[in-house]
Design a protein around this ligand. Sequence first.
Ligand code: DGJ
Length: 384
Amino acid sequence: MQTNHPIVLLLIMLPLMGTSCFRGGENEYKRYNHFQPGKVWLDNDSIHINAHGGGILVRGDTYYWFGEHKTAGRHGNRALVGIGCYSSKDLYNWTNEGIVLAVSQDTASEIIQGCLMERPKVVFNESTGKYVMWFHLELKGQEYTAARTGLAVSDHVTGPYTYIRSFRPNAGTWPMGFTEAQKNRIDNTSLEWWTEPWELAVVDGSLARRDFNAGQMSRDMTVYVDDDGKAYHVHASEENLTLHISLLTEDYLDFEETWTRVLPAGHNEAPAIFKTDGKYYMITSGCTGWAPNAARLSVADQLLGPWEYLGNPCVGEGADLTFDSQSTFVLPVPGKKDTFIFMADRWKPTNPINGRYVWLPIRLETGQPVIAWHDAWDLSIFDQ
Ligand code: DGJ
């Protein structure tokens, strides 16, 4: 048989066409009716969702998922395109809303292509009607040394967002509860890292003192809006050793001078906060780069602390590595009391575009949040 026969060609082509023959097909939109943690998750164009380190904003009957747009290959963690957004009515099927904050080509811009833009979180300010995006920004060519928080704003949830500025927060202000002795302490800057005297100095605030004038470092972050409308910026600070929680101004566009140090020298990042039964819970990770480690759960009666460490919320096989993922957000499911989805990233540092999403239900067993693995699950799990 000749290989250029149309039937033979079709038989050869069919497997190669693969997903492309599904692309954009109208009938493909309602593809999923459940979550499959860790699997490729296709959007309405049949392309793997590209919204890493993300967070979700609910507006009306629609969920908006904002995240880092990654690219293929070893530079794929750099911001080469921008921050992306997807929308959904059911949390399973997502429509690509495009890039909502694009990187700049202007060499003078802080968000020039090649910088790092991580963990974007968007909140809506009821009084101004503005959508406010905060994200972790690292300046191009400086690796992770700039440690700044970035701000962008839009009148529309799906953007475009206008980049406003970046900075290190809380310059010139002391954290809550800092004593006069702590404010005035002269630190021994030659203490060897990871020794007990060094750790005691960090707990006492040596790094917060170091950065008092320039502003505090701000890396992995989230934004949490409380029931009273007050918003809080939560970020890994002090060389990733101590988390800071800061009250934002009423318009969410700046920091008030109210902030607190959380779990000093605890070495936490990837914070995600939720509230149930009058208590605030925070899930974090340890600091091991792109590699997973065990999740950590902490609890507080008030957002500004004090926070108490409870242990690993994950149970079962894989719990010691958070099921090969790292926290990014906890989504309260609207209309379902006390139901929360743990959202995490399974990073793929050598080909970041292939990073996967691990979404799992949080069970409130004996009052304490617990996360177990499911190969597949849907929202009816919360009715059981
Ligand atoms: C872990 C953080 O959680 C990520 O957002 C990213 O900053 C990587 N570290 C970089 O190694």
